[in-house]
Design a protein around this ligand. Structure first.
Ligand SMILES: C[S@@+](CC[C@H](N)C(=O)[O-])C[C@H]1O[C@@H](n2cnc3c(N)ncnc32)[C@H](O)[C@@H]1O
Length: 310
């Protein structure tokens, strides 16, 4: 049976226009019941609707913003900012070394409240030649991200829309906690659209699939999240996490060398953590490895899929 996240079901936008679409509460409950998730169906049954049974969009927005604010605390605890810079610093160093000086653009796909982009802007960790942009399909989240950035006086910006439909190309795409939303062919399509763009590289962090990840996520979200929706979706996302092998296979698209940092074999199975799938243009692989130094030993490529332990 499919594992569903409530937050994916209670908002809908027209993919062409980006306009918000009405969502029937009864329909969401039916989908969750069909997926055998009575607990999630009960959570949705408690959300307010209008007289026609359509979910109140303002209440849904408020709820999702507050759940994402709690999610931001997890990003802080998991030191997502530092972990991004550990890889993106050497990646931009390799890009500068091969492309020469210029203006580069980092795009965070599905930025939510923009924690990663705001952290990078606040620390100026990547340097003044890297423009920082967060993009999300959800208008309420991305509006709040922009408000926070202005309140914090940060040099970064946020855009409502599809990260792959921007008028200006990204040099590097990143994301945190987004990959597991793309299933089956949509996951390969996600990587293919980046390979088809002028981007030089991508670096997408998501929950590492381990047998203990759902238990770890349950403890973490119980301790850190107040709303039952946040707790439910935190555990569901750990259950939907892609394996290292799935990510390496899906990211092996023409024009990209896929690399996984700290695969499961090298990680402590008791820790729920995030690890990135990285993709670089083939000419960038050696300079990137050199910039990473000793840490490059923690990278694995497509050979990992056929190695002796597979
Ligand atoms: C689980 S949230 C992750 C939020 C954020 N990265 C974080 O770590 O808190 C996933 C987000 O991805 C967004 N999303 C998915 N595909 C997208 C795309 N192609 N362009 C922009 N946003 C996208 C969704 O709207 C959703 O808000």
């Amino acid at each position: 049976m499919p594992v569903l996240e409530i937050s994916d079901l209670i908002t809908a936008v027209d993919p062409q226009s980006g306009h918000r679409l009405p969502v029937s509460r009864a329909e969401v409950i039916r989908l969750l019941d069909e997926a055998g998730d009575a607990r999630a169906a009960r959570i949705v049954a408690g959300l307010p609707t209008d007289r026609d049974g359509l979910l109140d969009p303002d209440a849904v927005d408020r709820l999702l913003v507050s759940v994402h604010a709690e999610l931001q605390r997890l990003s802080e605890e998991l030191r997502i900012g530092e972990r991004l810079v550990h890889l993106l610093g050497p990646l931009f160093q390799a890009i500068r070394a091969t492309s020469g000086p210029g203006r580069y653009r980092l795009v965070d796909v599905g930025c939510g409240l923009g924690y990663a982009v705001r952290w990078l802007a606040a620390t100026n960790a990547l340097g003044p030649d890297v423009e920082l942009v967060g993009v999300d399909l959800d208008a309420a989240l991305v509006t709040e991200a922009g408000r926070l950035a202005r309140a914090e006086g940060l040099d970064c910006h946020f855009v409502h829309g599809n990260a792959f439909d921007l008028p200006e190309a990204a040099t590097v795409y990143i994301s945190t906690g987004v990959l597991h939303h793309f299933r089956g062919p949509a996951l390969s399509e996600f990587f293919r659209s980046q390979a088809a763009s002028p981007a030089q590289a991508f670096c997408h962090f998501d929950i590492a699939a381990t047998r203990l990840a759902p238990v770890g996520a349950w403890i973490f979200h119980l301790a850190r999240m107040r709303h039952p929706l946040g707790r439910h979706d935190g555990v569901a996302s750990a259950r939907r996490a892609h394996s290292d092998e799935t990510l390496l296979r899906a990211a092996a698209v023409p024009g990209i060398t896929p690399l996984l940092y700290e695969p499961r074999g090298a990680a402590n199975p008791f820790c729920t953590t995030l690890r990135p799938i990285i993709g670089v243009r083939p000419h960038l692989e050696d300079p990137f490895r050199r910039s990473l130094g000793r840490a490059a030993r923690r990278l694995v490529g497509p050979d990992y899929l056929t190695g002796p332990t597979r």
